[in-house]
Design a protein around this ligand. Structure first.
Ligand SMILES: C[S@@+](CC[C@H](N)C(=O)[O-])C[C@H]1O[C@@H](n2cnc3c(N)ncnc32)[C@H](O)[C@@H]1O
Length: 261
């Protein structure tokens, strides 16, 4: 079937629904015009776009949890070669179809993968998008440790977060002094046992302090704040993660790869 005409596009959009990304096409059709978050994720991209180089020619980018590929396509339009990964085959079908509609199929690759599978992949990326996925993970710090090792240049991190911007400056504490743990700015993640926003795949919601300290702990330096709950970071070669030094064995064991046993 040829979907070049508007009716064909609308039919295909319907056949591939429901959509989480509202993709816009030249003829004015959109995939999720009534999205509960608004024109999503275009309004987020407008915050982020000025922080991403206009010309990404020669850049290899990775879009983790790419969904229908909105961000993948924006990076590809700037000249990057982009790999989008997601666990959901339905979203990947949407992304594959949209890539052909946009004529970007030669610059993008979509793969069905768990974020944890990246541990077994070779190579690093100039630009990594890790947006809207962290809080969906049952093992979020393992994922962050894996991903941080894939970042050569910049990572964009975005997460649902707890309210508040406080930061408590951590020091060592005697074992019976626990009140500081209750400070609003102590890094925390709220655990979701059942559902959040009706979604049982939401597991952990960090506060701002936790995002910053988790990123640092994974060996990243925060370099900017393009918008609400969006963080830019890059590898901090002066403060590498403990998984590349004294705690490597635990990391390898978590991956089932501890060669010492
Ligand atoms: C809230 S959506 C975010 C989509 C997009 N990154 C964005 O920011 O608009 C979360 C996406 O992550 C994917 N996802 C969830 N868990 C994942 C995992 N363990 N590995 C890879 N992708 C995952 C979901 O299928 C979904 O497409």
């Amino acid at each position: 079937m040829d979907y070049a005409d508007s009716d064909g596009i609308s039919d295909k959009i319907k056949a591939l629904s429901p959509w989480f990304h509202n993709l816009h096409f030249e003829d004015g059709t959109q995939t999720a015009p009534d999205h509960f978050l608004g024109d999503f994720p275009r309004f987020k991209w407008l915050q982020l776009a000025p922080f991403i180089p206009e010309d990404l020619s020669g850049c290899h980018a990775l879009d983790i949890g790419c969904n229908a590929g909105f961000y993948t396509f924006e990076l590809a339009r700037r000249g990057a070669e982009v790999t989008g990964i997601d666990i959901d085959q339905r979203y990947l079908e949407q992304a594959d179809w949209a890539a052909r509609q946009y004529g970007l199929q030669d610059r993008v690759t979509f793969r069905q993968m768990q974020v944890y599978d990246l541990a077994r992949e070779k190579g690093e990326y100039d630009l990594v998008l890790f947006m809207g996925v962290f809080y969906h993970l049952r093992y979020p710090l393992l994922a962050l440790d894996i991903i941080a090792q894939k970042v050569k240049g910049m990572m964009v991190f975005q997460t649902l977060a707890m309210p508040g911007k406080e930061i408590y400056k951590q020091v060592d504490h005697p074992i019976n002094e626990r009140a500081s743990l209750l400070e609003p700015g102590w890094p925390k993640m709220a655990f979701i046992e059942y559902r959040f926003a009706g979604d049982p795949t939401n597991w952990w919601i960090p506060n701002h302090a936790a995002v910053e300290s988790l990123l640092r702990s994974a060996g990243m330096r925060i370099t900017g704040y393009p918008g609400h709950e969006i963080y830019l970071c890059e590898p901090d070669h002066e403060a590498p993660s403990c998984i590349s030094t004294w705690n490597r064995e635990e990391y390898l064991a978590a991956l089932g790869e501890n060669p010492g046993r």
